[in-house]
Design a protein around this ligand. Structure first.
Ligand SMILES: [Zn+2]
Length: 137
């Protein structure tokens, strides 16, 4: 079997409203040509940080594990977005509070991924609906 490699895996929401913005983000990170594995699930990193059920978190980790095993990824981009339906009532229309909820989840997701996959780097980002994307620390 031919060996395939890509540099990264991106965890992102399924939301169709962000398709164009995701393409721009991949371009800006230099991931559109040599490619990245993309895992799109409603709520993105919420499924790692605060999953509805432990099996959901296990599923997310299994996707990253598969990317590592078959494509030798070394980085995982964790990208949540503004006005995410999967956050429901928590996604309050106050921008600062909304960002804080996502920041907590993104940093929890980073810790989880880096603990679970030694040597892997997790890069948390928050994307606004207009496509701006900011690193979270
Ligand atoms: Zn969403």
């Amino acid at each position: 079997m031919t060996e395939h490699r890509c540099r990264a895996l991106v965890v992102f929401c399924m939301d169709y409203r962000l398709n164009r913005q995701l393409a721009s983000f991949l371009e800006s990170e230099g991931l559109s040509h040599d490619g990245a594995d993309i895992v799109r699930v409603a709520g993105a990193v919420k499924n790692l940080a605060r999953p509805s059920h432990e099996s959901v978190r296990e599923f997310m980790l299994s996707q990253i594990q598969t990317g590592r095993r078959i494509h030798h990824i070394e980085k995982v981009y964790l990208v949540n977005h503004e006005d995410c339906g999967a956050y429901g009532p928590e996604d309050i229309p106050d921008t600062a509070q909304e960002l804080e909820v996502h920041r907590r989840d993104l940093l929890a997701g980073k810790r989880l991924v880096e603990r679970h996959f030694p040597g892997m780097t997790a890069l948390p980002f928050f994307m606004w609906l207009d496509g701006r994307c900011q690193p979270i620390s």
